[in-house]
Design a protein around this ligand. Structure first.
Ligand code: C2E
Ligand code: MG
Ligand code: MG
Ligand code: MG
Length: 295
C-alpha cells in the first residue's frame, strides 16, 4: 500500500501543481489590463510612535491590492513579481504615487493639520528609470501636497545596481523634502558603506527578525545592531511586523519607538482610515491594539 499511496501522492502533486501554474498564468494574462479597468486599490497600514505607554499614529504605509473580478482581493505577492518582470511595475508605481497624493489631500481636509506621513514602496526598476526624480517632482508639485508628507520605501536592491545614479536620485528626492526609508533592512547585502553618504532618513527592520525573535538569539543581536546604527547615524528606525505584546515590549526596551504590525492594526481600506480621523483615533493613549484582532 505504501507504493500505492506514493503513486497517488505524486498524481495529486501533479494535479495541484498544474492547477497552480494555470491559475498563475491566468493572473499574469489579466494583469496588463488591470490599471485600465481600475482594479487596483491601496490599503493603509498605520505606522506608530509608541513611547512611555503613549501611542500615536504618525503615518500610514500604502500597500497595493488587486481586486480581481473572479479571484477577489489579491495581495502583492501574487502579482508584483510578474509586474516587475514585464516592466508594468513602473506604471503601477506611478499610479500608487498619484493615488496616495489624492488620498493625502482628502485626509488633510479632514484634519486640522497635515500631521501624518504617507509611505509608498518604490520598485528598484522604477527607481532606476531615467527621469524618475523629475516625474516625482512634477507629480507632487501638481498635487499641491507638501513633499514632507511623503516617504519612499526603497530596498537595498535599488542602491546596489548603480550606486552613483541611486545617490543622485535620492539626493533630488531628499532635497524636495521627501523622506527615504530603507525597507526590509538587514536582509539584503547591507553595506554600511553606502549608508553614511546617502540621504536616508529611516531604516525599517525587516519583519523576519521580529517574527523569529525568540527562535534564535541572532535575531535580537541583528535588531540591536540596526538600532545602534540608527542612533549613531541619527536615523529613525522602525520595526515591522510586530504582532505580540512581548515583541513590542522587547523592542521598546532596546530603545525602539517606531512600529508597524498587526499588534497595532492591520492594513485597511481608505474608508476605514477616515473613520480613525473622524473619531480622533490616532491620538488615543494607552497601549492595546486599536481594534479586535481579526483573521
Ligand atoms: P513591505 O513593504 O515590506 O510591506 C510589509 C508587508 O508586511 C505588507 O504585506 C504588510 O501587510 C505585511 N505586514 C505588516 N505588518 C505585519 C504583521 O504584523 N504580520 C505579518 N505577518 N505581516 C505584516 P503586503 O501588503 O502583502 O506587501 C508585500 C510586499 O509587496 C511589500 O513588502 C512591498 O515590498 C510590496 N508592495 C506592496 N505594495 C506595493 C506597491 O504599491 N508598490 C510596490 N512596488 N511594491 C509594493
Ligand atoms: Mg514597505
Ligand atoms: Mg518592509
Ligand atoms: Mg518586508
Amino acid at each position: 500500500t505504501a507504493k500505492l499511496e506514493g503513486g497517488d501522492g505524486i498524481a495529486w502533486f501533479h494535479a495541484e501543481l498544474h492547477h497552480r501554474v494555470v491559475a498563475q498564468a491566468q493572473l499574469d494574462a489579466d494583469l496588463p489590463g488591470a490599471l485600465a479597468r481600475d482594479e487596483f486599490l491601496l490599503f493603509y497600514e498605520p505606522q506608530i510612535r509608541w513611547l512611555g505607554g503613549t501611542r500615536r499614529i504618525i503615518g500610514y504605509e500604502a500597500l497595493i491590492r488587486w481586486m480581481h473580478p473572479q479571484r477577489g482581493l489579491l495581495s502583492p505577492i501574487e502579482f508584483i513579481g510578474h509586474a516587475e518582470q514585464t516592466g508594468m511595475i513602473s506604471e503601477i508605481d506611478d499610479w500608487v504615487l498619484r493615488e496616495t497624493l489624492r488620498q493625502a489631500k482628502i485626509w488633510n481636509d479632514l484634519r486640522s493639520s497635515a500631521d501624518f506621513v504617507l509611505s509608498i514602496n518604490v520598485s528598484p526598476r522604477r527607481f532606476a528609470e531615467e527621469g524618475f526624480a523629475e516625474h516625482v517632482e512634477r507629480t507632487v508639485r501638481q498635487s499641491g501636497v507638501n513633499p514632507h508628507q511623503l516617504r519612499f520605501e526603497l530596498t537595498e536592491r535599488s542602491l546596489i545596481k548603480d550606486a552613483e545614479q541611486a545617490r543622485e536620485v535620492m539626493q533630488r528626492l531628499s532635497s524636495m523634502g521627501i523622506g527615504l526609508a530603507l525597507d526590509d533592512f538587514g536582509t539584503g547585502f547591507s553595506s554600511l558603506r553606502y549608508l553614511h553618504d546617502l540621504p536616508v532618513t529611516m531604516l525599517k527592520i525587516d519583519r523576519s527578525f521580529v517574527r523569529n525573535l525568540w527562535e534564535s538569539e541572532r535575531n535580537g543581536t541583528i535588531i540591536n545592531s540596526i538600532l545602534s546604527l540608527g542612533r549613531d547615524l541619527r536615523l529613525d528606525v522602525m520595526a515591522e511586523g510586530v504582532e505580540t505584546r512581548a515583541q513590542l515590549d522587547w523592542l521598546a526596551a532596546q530603545g525602539c519607538s517606531l512600529f508597524q504590525g498587526y499588534y497595532f492594526a492591520r492594513p485597511r481600506a481608505a474608508a476605514e482610515i477616515a473613520i480613525d480621523f473622524a473619531t480622533h483615533m490616532q491620538e488615543i493613549g494607552g497601549d492595546g491594539p486599536d481594534e479586535p484582532r481579526r483573521g
